[in-house]
Structures are given as C-alpha cells and as structure tokens.
Unconditional design. Sequence first.
Length: 331
Amino acid sequence: MATAPELVRADGALLTQILDDTWPQWGDGLSRPAYEQWNAAQLRTPWGGRHLERVALVDGGTLRCSAKRYRITLRLDGRDLPAVGIGAVFTPAAQRGQGYARQLIDRLCADAGRDGCALAMLFSEIGPRYYERLGFRAVPHATCDITVAVRAGAPAMLVRSGDEHDAAHVAQMHVARLQGYRFGLVPDADLVGYSVAKKRMLAGLDSSGRRSLEYFVTEEGYQAVAYVLLQVSRSQRAGQPESWSLAACGDRDPAGARVGAMLQVLLARHPAERAPIIRAWWPAGFKPPQLEIARRGLAAEVMMVRPLAGAPRVEPWLAEGEAMFWHGDAF
C-alpha cells in the first residue's frame, strides 16, 4: 500500500540536494559554496533562527518537492494576524507533473491553520494562474521609477550608516506608516535586522563586486527618524549608470520629506557621475516632495494571499494601492 509523502525539516544530505537543485535558478550570481553560505547565514540571524526553515516533501527517501517556510505577522484591515510565508517552492525535474508542489503547499497551509495562522502568503514568479488554483488571490502592487530633484549642493542634514541599534526605530516607522493601508507586513527589530543582514551577505558573498548594500538613517535626539535601504548594482560596461533598487524606506514625517532629502544627499556624493536608475515597489500615497514617482506597471513578482480557516473575510478584495509592501519585504 502506497504511503503519503512525509513533510520534514530539510538538513544534512537532503538540504545539500536541495541547494544543488535550486542554485542554478536562485543562486543570483553566487558560486555554489557561496550560495550555501548565504542560506546557512540567514538561519543564524536571531529572526531567521526562529522564523525561517527549509522543508521538504519526502517519499521513501526520495525528495519530491521543497520550500522555505516563514512565520510572519500580516496586518489586514487593522488586525495583526499570524501568517505563514511560503518561498522557494521547487520540484526536481524528475518529479514534476505529479502534483507534489500542490501537496507541499496544501500541507504547509494546513499545518499553519492548525497552528493558528489566518493567512498564507507567497510571491509568484510564474504569474497568478497556478496558485489561484490552490486558493490564492493576487494582491496587485506597482513598481515605479524614482526621480530625485537635484539642486546645487546637498541638504544640510546628517546622514549616517544604519546599524543594529536603529532596527527598533525602523520597525516603528514601518508600522506607523502601515496604518494608512489595508494590508502589509508587520516587522519587529529582529526582522529588520534579518532583512538588512540577508541583503548585506548577498552583496558580500558576490565575488564580482557588482553590487553592494547601502543602509542609511538620519537621526534626531540620538534616534533614527528616517531611513533608506538601497541595493546597488553596477554595470559591467563602462559609462553605464548604477541601478538603485530602493528596497525599503521610511520617515516619521508623514510627508516623507526626510527620505527625499536623504536621497538628495546620497546623490550629491558623486555630482559628476550619471544619475543612477532608481526603482522600487512604491506604496500609493507616499510622496516625498523631492521625488517624482512614475508608475511602470504591476510588479513581475505577483504577491498572493490565501485565507486559511478562521481568517476574517476580505471584502472587498485588496486593490492596487491598498497594500504597503516594499521589495525588501518579499521572500
């Protein structure tokens, strides 16, 4: 009699097989050893050690499918709800077409529901249709081009590198701005630290030197009151501008004027160079006066949510502009 595949935590030889399989797709330019280092290091952060794990669907010692499971908190219509985040779903080539990814996702959702989670969330790189058949619905969010108004000189403000002592204030800024939206991620200081560390380690392990992470804050009264988190990519061709992915930013000022001024300061560091291309997932209604926000269209990574048993009804469904999610929040 056939037995159902078992859902297990992936470690040892099983984890090595998963990393071997997934590195060509998600290695992001890292060498295979660096890719393993990067994944292991995420689990050694305070947040990653408690909220992230790699899981696998195994049948008689054969790997059928794997994924990452994140334990997160989402705010929906004013309520903070425990949720499961699902990432890096991968079925080995020899196992495809047999429904193992669906089995894995359904098992993760069922386990999360039993643990009290109200929502499951993932980001699809293959469009919405497959996951819609599994009960997920898309939450539309836009990607934008950012233009910074540049004047002679730079604003007279202190901008310094962010560090671990700023994480609680950064989380507070995020949560405060989230009050203006129906849906978003609720971070704490450890999640902020994890997000910064993950991106910093990715840049540091990339031997090409083509990217870096820049994390800056401005402060008042010895505490951060605005921040920007930038993933910087450098072209291999001479004369081409840098690309800045604004992974996240925040400001205690509702207008966001300090975020705009910080970007002006950062651009003023190299006045003779071509202005970088700046792009972001940008929440509607956030309009620092120094910035021009031009919508490019819906993001290619489709944000999708599945209500679990006991979840509040989402009526009407989430429309574009009603979610606050930065690219740095994605998993």
